[in-house]
Ligand binder design. Structure first.
Ligand SMILES: [Zn+2]
Ligand SMILES: [Zn+2]
Length: 282
């Protein structure tokens, strides 16, 4: 399983000299499975560049799945600018959380409306299929990939994903808060023994997880404690606050490694192959 990171930031893009090393685009990564299936997780602003690369890599046709953790802006804002959606030849299945009230497709189409954008969701030419899932769902993608889904603690809900392919496991827990270091059984079940756990590290100070508990985010401390408790192989910190500079992130990594030594900072442009060897990716 190959994972590429296209956006690792939370809330709002944060470009500029202070974030140049780890990147300013919001949440997006893509996975290439052992049977060459493309799975995209989240459609933050990083998906724009992924679109260009996928078009170069697959000049005739692109098919894939897009897993959406939730529909906060930083996870869907790049979707209108994901060029492969403009071609009739391409096919995507968009998978996201079922909500009470508006359906997922209506919510996504809502960000294409005038006066916010000059083109409508219905004008996208790609063959798009939207599938809503509930917490506890299990999906099969391609012939060889199992995805399990749970709901995480975040305002309005947010899906966590466990992607298992050819004997390796990626766990994705972007926006989520935890109570102290008491992680629920469902969270532990989702991330246990993962080769790579990608986890929210929005807060730079652990006290903020308590003082802003209703925001549904974590600091490096809960991420590292969870990785340790769930016997994860490597922890990738992710979804950094827009205010966190490259320097801040490197100091966060240092602190996180005192709790869980195999901690890395995910970075825009980084590629990670699972399983990860003894040397940590940089
Ligand atoms: Zn977010
Ligand atoms: Zn969110």
């Amino acid at each position: 399983m190959r994972i590429r990171f296209w956006g690792v930031r939370g809330t709002i893009p944060a470009p500029g000299p202070e974030t140049a090393k780890y990147g300013g685009n919001t949440a997006c990564l893509d996975i290439l499975t052992s049977d060459e299936h493309v799975i995209i997780i989240d459609a933050g602003t990083g998906i724009r560049r992924l679109g260009q690369v996928l078009q170069r890599e697959n000049p005739s046709r692109i098919t894939g799945n897009i897993l959406l953790s939730h529909t906060h802006w930083d996870h869907i804002q790049g979707l209108p600018f994901f060029k492969p959606l403009g071609s009739r030849r391409n096919r995507f299945e968009l998978i996201g959380r079922r909500r009470i009230g508006n359906g997922l497709e209506d919510i996504l189409a809502g960000q294409f409306l005038e006066p916010y954008l000059p083109f409508a969701y219905r004008s996208l030419r790609a063959n798009l299929h939207v599938k809503e899932v509930d917490s506890g769902a299990s999906l099969t993608i391609g012939g060889d990939t199992a995805v399990s889904v749970i709901d995480l603690n975040h305002p309005g809900g947010c899906l966590g994903f466990r992607v298992e392919n050819n004997g390796v496991v990626l766990a994705y827990c972007s926006d989520t808060g935890h109570g102290a270091d008491d992680f629920g059984e469902d969270v532990l079940g989702l991330v246990h023994d993962a080769d790579l756990l990608i986890h929210d590290a929005f807060f730079s100070e652990p006290e903020q997880s308590k003082s802003f508990g209703e925001w549904g985010h974590s600091s490096w401390l809960e991420a590292a404690q969870l990785a340790k408790r769930a016997n994860v192989h490597t922890l990738g910190l992710f979804h950094y606050a827009p205010e966190s500079s490259d320097q801040d992130l490197e100091s966060i990594r240092k602190k996180a490694r005192t709790v869980f030594s195999r901690t890395i900072l995910t970075r825009e442009g980084m590629t990670v192959d699972l399983p990860i060897g003894p040397d940590l990716p940089d």
